[in-house]
Design a binder for this molecule. Structure first.
Ligand code: 13P
Ligand code: SF4
Length: 318
């Protein structure tokens, strides 16, 4: 009987080493979102929220950008850096919120509101960006909305929860695209409040992609970066965190003496973890750098059209 040759599965340490060597060989920068798994965050050159990563992509001097996040983030990096190679560990790690806004339906949405200013969340495809006047992230959305002259009708998409939050914050009426992020939508008032009762020492903090029924109980609402900064500077010692739990790794690292409790999802919702972000693994990361693929590419005409509203956003948030 012949036995199968043993397959060598590299250890985590070997993979860390390989990532380091490949980064040098390619002159690559590795950007990772806070929602990726801790091993990816540990080897990344920059870990950040959507705005910080877009800014890093804009400024990098590297020849290759390796983007561990979801597809629209890597696409944004490519829009900003046409001359650089942009690689992703998993080309199928897309964002369902971005996918909930197809280009033909969005075109129709715009046609139904002539003269309106269209603001799109960065969680959208290049086609949607190209049809938008302004892009925003959750870090700068309020500033972007406030930059629009009073009296102008505003269309906002694709996240209805962030849109509703911005309407409350700015007092501006907006027509909302009815998309949502399944991760943040999974939190409900009832289960979050039950958890808060079990942990009366913890204060609730939430991402604006959560539903209003959750946001109204939070002591602080902000983007992933703003939530992190709040936990560092706050005198509170314990936090109930209503966002994707990947951020707890950095929160705990930055405040080792504090306690972080992931808010529970409503049992009727499938999950409060972003499955797509977790598709970025060390093995896929090494492979994409070795093979120099999957690579993000897009037609030049589309890229230049999508660049315009991204540039406006970056100029507004300097
Ligand atoms: P931020 O990174 O801007 O907080 O957005 C959260 C998110 O859902 C990213 O996909
Ligand atoms: Fe998309 Fe939500 Fe995942 Fe962010 S957390 S990538 S918005 S599905």
């Amino acid at each position: 009987m012949t036995s199968e040759p043993a397959v060598h599965r590299p250890s985590k340490e070997e993979l860390f080493l390989q990532v380091g060597q490949l980064k040098k060989k390619l002159n690559a920068v590795l950007l990772a979102h806070y929602y990726t798994v801790p091993e990816i965050q540990m080897v990344a050159d920059v870990v950040g929220d959507s705005l910080a990563l877009a800014r890093s992509a804009e400024k990098t001097g590297a020849d290759v950008i390796v983007f561990a996040g979801v597809y629209f983030m890597a696409e944004t990096a490519k829009i900003l850096n046409p001359e650089k190679q942009v690689l992703v560990p998993d080309q199928y790690a897309g964002c369902p919120l971005a996918d909930s806004c197809p280009a033909d339906e969005f075109r129709q949405f715009r046609l139904e509101h002539p003269g309106a200013v269209a603001v799109s969340y960065i969680n959208s495809s290049a086609e949607i960006k190209a049809m938008s006047d302004l892009i925003c992230t959750s870090s700068n959305a309020e500033r972007v909305i406030r930059s629009i002259p009073e009296g102008k009708q505003i269309l906002f998409g694709p996240d209805r929860n962030l849109g509703g939050y911005l309407m409350n914050k700015t007092g501006r009426e907006m027509v909302l695209w009815q998309g949502y992020c399944y991760v943040h939508e999974a939190f409900s008032e009832r289960y979050v409040l039950d958890a808060c009762k079990l942990h009366p020492e913890a204060v609730l903090i939430a991402h604006p992609e959560c539903r209003e029924e959750v946001l109204r109980h939070a002591v602080f609402v902000g983007s992933t970066q703003a939530l992190l900064d709040f936990t560092v500077s706050s005198p509170h010692r314990s936090f109930m965190v209503a966002t994707e739990p990947g951020i707890l790794f950095e929160m705990q690292k930055r405040s080792p003496g504090k306690t972080f409790i992931p808010a529970p999802r409503d049992p009727e919702n499938p999950r409060s973890v972003c499955k797509q972000m977790k598709q970025n693994t060390l093995e896929k990361l090494v492979e994409c750098m070795q093979l120099r693929k999957p690579e993000v590419t897009l037609p030049e005409e589309l890229r230049t059209a999508a660049l315009l509203p991204i540039r406006r956003m970056l100029d507004l948030s300097r």
